[in-house]
Design a binder for this molecule. Structure first.
Ligand code: CA
Length: 423
């Protein structure tokens, strides 16, 4: 593998504005159709790969990348001429990894280069999740540096089981706040309750004091002065899984559906209400089974920018000749591709500024483009990969993805690494 031209690029998973932020004027809707793009996924050998990988974060300054495993491993690889080698690892303590639980989100501190702070979101048990910070500076006792930054959950059991709709993706935004997706933990009412952090997008300012955890709500959060939890940025999310910060500083999040619709949402400001559980999918979308509180009113709710139902003949499935023909769905928002600064764009600039997203179970992969208002400009199929769970963009512009390595996500097979290439 060749990584000859590492540029000094901010890590791919949303740690600030990349230096190559797309600056196009707003394209007119009657522009000619974009050129089709077709990609393939080349296997890359990853030694000592964590079982059931859940997050992939490229590091600045040619330092390689981090991979999180569901059971709480964080592996630091360097990317050499002959492929990745493991240079550091830590096993987080007290990680519960049943069902949807586990270590499922990973972020590096904006000051990683000097402080080596890594943040992980994981389940403590079936009802409680937390964010921890660990100092990955190469010392053997890194696990001893773990401090708890934030905790969220409920203290009662639910019929039908726990371990679902957990706290997942996290990343730093342009203001330096730590953003984290918090599922409703199957407590649907919480998603519309401004006093609860469950069912929300949360924004925090974590303590940076060595040996001390804790966090406060970001000062510009909508309820910072009262009226709800000071941690809340947006409400109405159900089971958000993969999310990232786009080049305009907006949160792009895939919210996995209950009965009807998978959603891709663009959250462009404070206090947005994404609808759950009053509404699943777009306003007016027919969904009668789970959405028992829906009154037909959509006022104050933000529609997803893209959504799809579970039908087997949906265009997104028919666009993909390799689609997995089972009824389950799990939408993900992977990343926005940013052309490299000091290298040729491996996709000939055809994916620059495009949001790569798809469905982890059906396997389709698509590229969408939104304008500055969040409106959809284009969306087209680009390829197929089964059970992708972690996406990142290397400083040379290549997109990498890790998969569970099994069609049963609870097998705990070693994760597989792939590099996305033009077909
Ligand atoms: Ca919604």
């Amino acid at each position: 593998m060749r990584f000859a031209l590492f540029a000094t690029v901010v890590a791919a998973l949303g740690c600030g504005d990349g230096p190559n932020t797309p600056t196009d004027a707003r394209p007119s809707p009657d522009l000619p159709p974009e050129e089709p793009v077709s990609v393939a996924f080349e296997a890359v050998d990853l030694p000592e790969s964590p079982a059931a990988p859940t997050a992939l974060v490229f590091l600045p300054d040619s330092e390689g990348f981090l991979v999180a495993g569901k059971r709480g491993e964080i592996h630091h690889y360097s990317m050499g001429e002959d492929g990745p080698t493991l240079v550091d690892e830590v096993q987080l303590p007290d990680v519960s990894s049943h069902q949807e639980c586990g270590l499922v989100g990973l972020a590096i501190d904006p000051e990683w280069t000097t402080n080596r702070f890594v943040y992980g979101s994981h389940c403590l048990d079936g009802r409680t999740s937390r964010i921890v910070r660990v100092t990955m500076d190469g010392s053997e006792d890194a696990a001893d540096s773990v401090v708890e930054v934030f905790r969220v959950g409920r203290d009662y059991e639910l019929e039908g089981g726990d371990n679902q709709h957990t706290m997942t993706s996290l990343f730093f935004d342009d203001t330096g706040a730590l953003v984290v997706m918090v599922g409703d933990r199957r407590n649907r009412e919480a998603a519309q309750d401004p006093d609860q952090d469950l069912g929300s997008i949360v924004r925090l300012v974590p303590s940076r004091v060595e040996g001390e955890g804790g966090a406060t709500g970001a000062p510009d959060n909508p309820y910072a002065a009262g009226g709800g939890s000071p941690n809340v940025w947006a409400k109405g999310v159900r089971s958000p899984w993969k999310a990232f910060l786009d080049s305009r500083g907006r949160i792009v999040v895939g919210d996995v559906g209950g009965a009807c619709f998978e959603e891709l949402n663009v959250v462009d400001g404070p206090g947005r209400n994404l609808g759950w559980p009053l509404l699943e999918g777009p306003c007016g979308g027919e969904c009668g089974r789970f959405v028992d509180q829906y009154t037909g009113e959509c006022e104050g709710m933000v529609d997803p920018v893209l959504s799809y139902d579970r039908s087997s003949d949906h265009a997104f499935l028919e666009d993909d000749p390799e689609v997995t023909p089972i009824p389950n769905r799990a939408v993900y928002a992977a990343l926005e591709h940013r052309s490299p600064v000091d290298a040729d764009d491996p996709y000939d600039d055809r994916l620059a500024g495009r949001v790569i997203w798809g469905d982890a179970i059906a396997g389709f992969v698509r590229a969408a483009r939104f304008d500055e208002t969040g409106a959809l400009l284009s969306d087209r199929p680009i390829g197929h990969i089964d059970w992708p769970t972690a996406w990142g963009e290397a400083p040379d512009g290549h997109v990498y993805v890790m998969t569970y390595g099994s069609d049963n996500p609870f097998d705990f097979e070693p994760g597989l690494l792939f590099r996305m290439v033009l077909r």
